[in-house]
Each structure stands twice: as C-alpha cells, then as structure tokens.
Write a protein that binds this ligand. Sequence first.
Ligand SMILES: C[S@@+](CC[C@H](N)C(=O)[O-])C[C@H]1O[C@@H](n2cnc3c(N)ncnc32)[C@H](O)[C@@H]1O
Length: 297
Amino acid sequence: MEAATKPDQDRASGRAEAVAPFKTQLLKWVGSKQKIAHEIVRHFPPRFDAYHEPFLGAAGVMATLTPREGYGSDTFAPLIEIWQALQSDPDKLKGWYETRWRDFTSGNRDAAYQRIKSAYNAGPNGADFLFLTRSCYGGVVRFRKSDGHMSTPVGAHPPIPPKAFARRVDLWRMRLAGCRFDQMDFADAMARARPGDLVYCDPPYSHSQSILYGAQGFSLDRLFDSIAACKARGVFVALSIDGTKKSGLHDCEVPLPAGLFAREIMVTLGRSMLRRFQMGGQSCESEVVRDRLLLTY
Ligand SMILES: C[S@@+](CC[C@H](N)C(=O)[O-])C[C@H]1O[C@@H](n2cnc3c(N)ncnc32)[C@H](O)[C@@H]1O
C-alpha cells in the first residue's frame, strides 16, 4: 500500500540531504531516472534556492527531491498537460485514466487500445497519452519517424486499476505541491533560473533517442550554451549526459566544452543479475544502472 505520507518539508529545495528512494511511478517512461534519483540528488549542492528541471519527462527526480519551490518543463505538450492536471484538477486526471481503463478491461483490450492510440495520434493529448504510457508494450512509448505517430503495440500486462492509480495521483500531488509546470524549450526554462538556483538537466541522448520523445531537434551545443550562461550568473547546473544502462555496451563520448564542468561523477545503483530470455535463458550478466553526472560546481 502506498502511504500518502507528507514529504518532509525540511528536505525541500535548499537542502539536498540524503533523500529516500521513491519508487512509486505515476507514468511509465523509458529513460526515467526515478530508480536512481535518490543517488543523483545526493550530488546536488548542499544549499540552493529554487529547483528547475527543464527536461522533466516522468518527473522521477523532481518527485524524489520534493522541492519546496520547483519549476518543471518539457517541450512535449501531452506530458505537461498531465503535470498541470495533477496540480490543478487531480480528479480530472483520475477520470482520464478510469474511463480508458474501463473501456480497456470491459471487452476487447486490443481494440480498445487501438481506439485510444488512434485518438491520440489524431490529436496528441494528455488524457490518451497517460493511459498509453501505462498500457503499452514494456512501457516504452515510441514515435514513428515518418509521421510522428505513437507506434508501440499494446502490452501484455494488466494496467493498474483506477483505485491504485488514484492513490498514486494523491501521493504525487503532495510531493509536487511546490512545483509548477510549463511547456517550453529548455533554453527558455534555464533562462528563468536566478543566482543560487539549481538546474538539473536530463536531455535526450542524441545517439539513441531520436525515436523517443520526438526529440529529433535537440542540440547538445545549444544546451552547453545555456549551461554556460547559467554558470556565469551563479546558477548551479547538474547534467546527466550518458546514462547507458548496461556497462560496456554503447558508451558515447560527448566532447565537453573546456572549463564548463568542475566535476564528473559516475552514479551507480547496485548490481543485479540480468537474464537474457532471448538467448534461451542461458546467459546471465550483471547489470549496473548508472548515470554520468556532470556538475558545474
Ligand atoms: C531523457 S528524457 C527525461 C527523463 C526524465 N529525467 C525522467 O526521469 O523521466 C528527455 C526529455 O527531454 C524532452 N525534450 C526533448 N527536447 C527538448 C527541448 N528542446 N526542450 C525541453 N525538453 C525537451 C523530452 O520530451 C523528454 O521528456
């Protein structure tokens, strides 16, 4: 049972002390940092003012931190619609989920999923997107390159019942009570940060994520310019840059502007055995969830 405990206010932005892992997800989102968020937060500055997260995605880091004053943004409109609904009208969010869950569970689930997916593709919106993230195959939302349509097939798992989803909404709403959400490009979001604030960036990885998040237009050079401007006016910036989940597979070496970052930290989260069923379940390898964190401070 997910206890709707009130987040500890002393732990809010301004103090990145040890923060407990927060495991309950609201959205399923590939590349979500929620699992490792408590480790990332440990490397935030000991004191900062407002917290900004300009590549918000599924908000796992923000919800783990529970900032007293937070600004979350993303260019992906359906996502921001969900975060804004969480804050302004949580019952609407619960209703969005429940209506689609009832349709999905009351008859032909494949046909219901196709209806929801078609409605989303005809007019991208938060309500359909919310249910798709929770019911699509592997929780991996993908967009077709040719027309930008969401293309993931239905998942085999049963999406959580509306009551469980509603409890998550209440819990998340409490944790994000100090935050506001805007649809905007990261450069505009980072320009809002004031001296003493902290910006945490988790951009799309250019080499592998072009089909995810519709992120084709993302440019790392533009991000480095915004980070440099933040640093110059006394804003702390933490950047997750690599995030390859499996050690030794494709590491991409990104050329970093000289002098921009003061420290680099490899954040890791345990070691777990990964069994590859595709190979007949015969090979086991250890998997390390890790994240490369660059800090301007
Ligand atoms: C790696 S994901 C962030 C994942 C997030 N940290 C989490 O835990 O769920 C990158 C995000 O950047 C967003 N994005 C892509 N281009 C952007 C841009 N130019 N400005 C702001 N957000 C952008 C995508 O929509 C996506 O949600």
